[in-house]
Unconditional design. Structure first.
Length: 618
């Protein structure tokens, strides 16, 4: 495991070993969910660390985040923001451990575990050369989430071993810089074996051919025993995105949870949930909780605490794995249906009450949009709050709805009743399509055929990801309706990025596609000033939205990669796109909730020959 565990925090990322605290760098709370979460590696100067499990975090002072609907879906009582103490004397924080363990010296080229370099305190230096050490560029991981150092000794001695023991020599690591390929990275040993390059180490069967199996190690979990694992390990670059894919879930705060007694009780619930009604009423009076809320009584507070207790108990109920998966799917569907209803219903701002969700129709008529673009409703979401939680992570292959439970890498050794999360406040525009026009369009044989082509590819991928698992394979969402809503969201985000001055990465989509739903929400996805300036809401005014749609559709009717893009039989990752590429529809990863797949530009504008109609040209 290398040296004693370290811990990180937002301000200065101090790491605390057994005796002393050490400041490493800086990291934001949101990054501990999206970029450097549990199990991810973080590079700090010339060192590399692995974020430890949440059961090693000290969250005694971490803010509590309330989002009951999302908590019910994920089976926890609530969420905590990653601890980030503002004072240097505070001792709570996020722990980390050094990984990978193998380092090399660029001067003497020694390759060995970090502890053997005898580095000075708090400096990763070679004690012989006084040169800064370099963490290993290569690690191995399997699709079940296990992670280990690259087996350099076995790699350099392949075909030259006499037994399984070490030769006793000193490994060396050298890159001659002649090329940027792996052929220029040479591993040697002082025992006299011929130096070998790293070329070929990334082949799918490279490690298996050497008899190297997954060791089942989980170094991000303290004292975690090695698991039995039959998955073949793969060689990965330490900084590769394939080393860590977060599995995040999100929810919008909607009424009644975003206002009234629910919002009032939420910040105090964590301290009240174990109290008796009399103690709760005493707390309300002492804290003058209802001083500015005369329409509520202390009995209302008690009732809300008891309601939340009951919801937590239901979420914590022990069920088998199949039932747990079914509940997650059911709660997710209910979550989206609830948001769709709230977005479709006006929720004007109340001057007497602070709200987290304000949604109103534009003051001008949308008749022109209804007749020319098939929009039956436009809502200006002037205020919204989103909670995003980290549930687990994957390695090697990105997450899939059909993933076997074995692929779920745990973020704690023992199950916790909370998950790390963060919240963002912003604004957005909600568009709902005319259901009659949509139904007529999506039944056109040409559109059905294109959607079927993508859906068949997607279902084959889901089946392959499920493998021999008993988990029921979820149906692919790739219908003509979904492809249309997805393409519409992408083309509007691209247009508003150009017209409204927003970086595309600061906008995010949320799709509502089902037999009874046909809407798309585009909203700000960052917690900085870009999320509250009113610019996105302004894009939803009927006159401006009409111009944006016309410009976006005209831009979408032609791509610089045409005719190849428009006539493509399949494109994108795993052939899950048709007419979609980086020149027309694809967005930054932070903006798309579907990883830039299940896209087809013809759903918007059709094909040039008119054989496949687009919704907006139908």
């Amino acid at each position: 495991m290398g040296p004693a565990p370290h811990r990180t925090r937002r301000r200065g990322l101090p790491t605390t070993a057994a005796r002393t605290a050490r400041r490493l760098g800086e990291i934001r709370r949101a990054q501990l969910i999206t970029t450097y979460g549990v199990g991810a590696m973080i590079a700090v100067e010339n060192e590399s660390f692995l974020i430890r499990g949440i059961d090693s975090w000290d969250v005694s002072e971490a803010p509590f985040i309330s989002e009951p609907r999302l908590a019910r879906q994920l089976g926890v009582s609530g969420f905590r923001m990653p601890p980030a103490p503002d004072s240097d004397s505070a001792r709570d924080g996020v722990r980390a451990v050094r990984f990978p363990e193998m380092y090399s010296c660029p001067h003497c080229h020694q390759l060995q575990p970090y502890r053997k370099f005898n580095s000075p305190a708090r400096r990763a230096e070679c004690s012989t050369c006084q040169e800064s050490l370099v963490p290993s560029r290569f690690v191995i991981a399997c699709s079940h989430g296990h992670l280990e150092d690259f087996p350099y000794w076995k790699w350099v001695h392949r075909g030259n071993r006499t037994g399984s023991g070490s030769c006793g020599g000193q490994l060396t690591f050298q890159s001659d810089g002649s090329t940027a390929s792996l052929r220029a990275v040479l591993i040697g040993c002082s025992c006299g074996v011929e130096r070998v390059s790293m070329e070929g180490s990334f082949r799918r069967q490279a490690l298996r051919d050497l008899g190297i199996r997954c060791g089942g190690r989980r170094p991000w979990l303290k004292d975690a025993p090695a698991e039995s694992c039959q998955e073949p390990p793969r060689t990965l670059q330490r900084g590769s995105s394939s080393v860590w894919f977060p599995v995040m879930y999100s929810a919008l705060s909607i009424p009644p949870y975003s206002q009234g007694i629910a919002k009032l009780v939420a910040p105090f619930y964590d301290g009240l949930k174990e109290e008796e009604p009399s103690s709760i009423k005493t707390f309300v009076r002492v804290m003058k909780l209802l001083l500015h809320h005369p329409k509520f009584s202390d009995d209302d507070v008690v009732a809300e605490v008891e309601r939340r207790r009951a919801a937590e108990a239901a979420a914590a109920e022990q069920v088998d794995e199949a039932e747990a998966v079914k509940r997650v799917d059911d709660y997710r569907r209910q979550l989206y249906e609830g948001e769709y209803r709230s977005l479709s219903t006006p929720h004007p701002e109340d001057a007497e009450e602070e709200q987290e969700f304000v949604c109103e129709p534009p003051s001008d008529s949308i008749d022109a949009l209804r007749s020319s673009h098939g929009l039956t409703q436009v809502m200006l979401v002037k205020r919204l709050r989103e909670v995003r939680a980290l549930q687990s992570f994957r390695r090697v292959e990105e997450p899939s709805p059909a993933d076997s439970p074995l692929r779920q890498a745990e973020i704690s050794l023992t199950k916790q009743n909370w998950l790390p999360a963060f919240e963002v406040s912003g604004e957005g525009v909600f568009l709902r399509l005319d259901p009659e026009r949509l139904r007529t369009w999506e039944e056109h044989p040409a559109q059905v055929a294109r959607a079927t082509r993508i859906r068949d590819n997607h279902e084959r991928l889901l089946s392959a990801r499920a493998g021999d698992s008993d988990k029921q394979i979820p149906p692919s969402p790739a219908t003509a309706r979904f492809l249309l809503l997805h393409a519409l969201a992408h083309t509007l985000i691209n247009e508003w990025s150009l017209d409204g001055g927003y970086p595309a990465a600061s906008l995010r989509e949320r799709l509502y596609s089902d037999e009874d739903m046909a809407g798309v929400l585009i909203y700000t996805a960052t917690s900085d000033s870009a999320g509250s300036l009113g610019g996105v809401v302004a894009q939803g005014e009927p006159g401006r939205l009409d111009n944006s749609l016309r410009a976006a559709l005209q831009r979408g009717s032609w791509c610089s990669n045409d005719p190849l893009c428009m006539e493509s039989e399949s494109s994108g990752a795993d052939s899950l796109n048709l007419a979609a590429c980086h020149a027309c529809l694809l967005l930054p990863e932070t903006s798309c909730e579907n990883n830039n797949v299940l896209l087809d530009r013809t759903a918007l504008v059709g094909t040039p020959d008119g054989q496949v109609p687009g919704f907006f040209t139908f």
